[in-house]
Design a binder for this molecule. Sequence first.
Ligand code: ACO
Length: 427
Amino acid sequence: MSKTAILEIDGKKYEFPIIVGTENEVAIDIEKLRGATGAITLDPGYKNSGSCKSEITFLDGEEGILRYRGYSIEDLADKADFLEVAYLLIFGELPNKAQLDKFETDIRKHTLVNEEMKTILEGFPKTAHPMGVLSSLTSALTAFNPKSVNVENEKELYEAICKTMGKFLVIATWTYRRRMGFPLNYYDNTKGYVENFMRLMFEIPTEPYKMDKRIVDALDKLFILHADHEQNCSTSTVRIVGSSHAGLFASISAGVSALWGPLHGGANQAVLEMLEEIHNNGGDVAKFVLKAKDKEDPFRLMGFGHRVYKNFDPRATIIKKAADDVLEALGVDDPLLDIAKQLEKVALEDEYFKSRNLYPNVDFYSGIIYRAMGIPVEMFTVLFAIGRLPGWIAQWKEMRLNKEPIGRPRQVYTGSTLRPFKEVNQR
Ligand code: ACO
């Protein structure tokens, strides 16, 4: 492959370096483009633009490959646990036993949330969506931890990471407890991270809580599958907010807001709502497939399609299997699952979906599995956020340690040219 790309504008030629990644991804380095030519590139939705070099996650949308730090998602989902994967993403290597124990212990040191956070939580209406509350509470953590992290100081950075991992899980579950009117729970440092998620959510003071290991294991796997996905919408948000040297909590809070949207993490809730709608409408799957294909109708099949996976989503394959296993183990007989299966079949055989490479994505199945586990629908995207947290942290850390410049895209201005100001009575 040639080492440079040549661009010709008005008969003048310019050379730009070609960069090849470790997995042979090719990029034209246009850092000097505007300086040299006066022109910029235009790429709405950044479909063709790399925003950074990154060593964290590799994905190949055509081949359906996803790897964290070189390890396949299939291996990690099968053999590792969530905190191991979090460590891998954030620090670059799989931890040995001592490192993993230390990481868990250090996270536990930060699982107590300032009691005054409860006052903030109580200020929200009970009907508020948990993602909005979570974003606000994460941002509020900044007020209780005002010192900005010196990323050059390894110890300080490590402590900020453990703090974020510890407190985020607790406040995420508090959004649900508040909604339900349940007393807020505290983390139990004798139990694991994912076990704590279940307890924090569902344990009530009036009766003993029975932990279902099958659910904990499946949830652990789901968190791993969601843990990072290179420069997606919320991760790019975290990086760009952090690039102004805003703190870790502030950057993560912005990531939560970005994830909330139905075209991103909010899709898992939207999938369930869509399945419910189909069910309530008599289960006519074909009618909804027609609606999705109708260009006059804004309706889309939620949980289908992906910006980068144009073959299949490898996470969806793993999660589909996990969904089947969990539903069978728990003996769940869910009419929505039947509708989901019919929808999957119809869409996979339909020319519209086939020609556009629209396959079920991770959100299509995660909603079904969460529902079987008894997780309320409005918490689905919160679970995605808990899973994605290590990825956000890893990407924020990488961006800061690489000393990346502030994110500041340009634009092509298409508004009015200079015009004279008119006094109000002349308009
Ligand atoms: N249902 C029906 N048609 C669809 C769907 C869908 N779910 N997704 C894409 N299309 C169609 C579009 O209408 C378009 O058709 P056209 O070429 O005739 O105009 C074509 O497929 C390409 O769609 P784009 O919107 O250009 O694809 P893009 O890569 O920009 O969008 C996205 C990807 C946002 C995920 C889209 O497929 C979508 O809206 N899916 C539903 C929401 C969803 O499940 N989001 C979760 C994504 S996964 C995640 O965030 C973890």
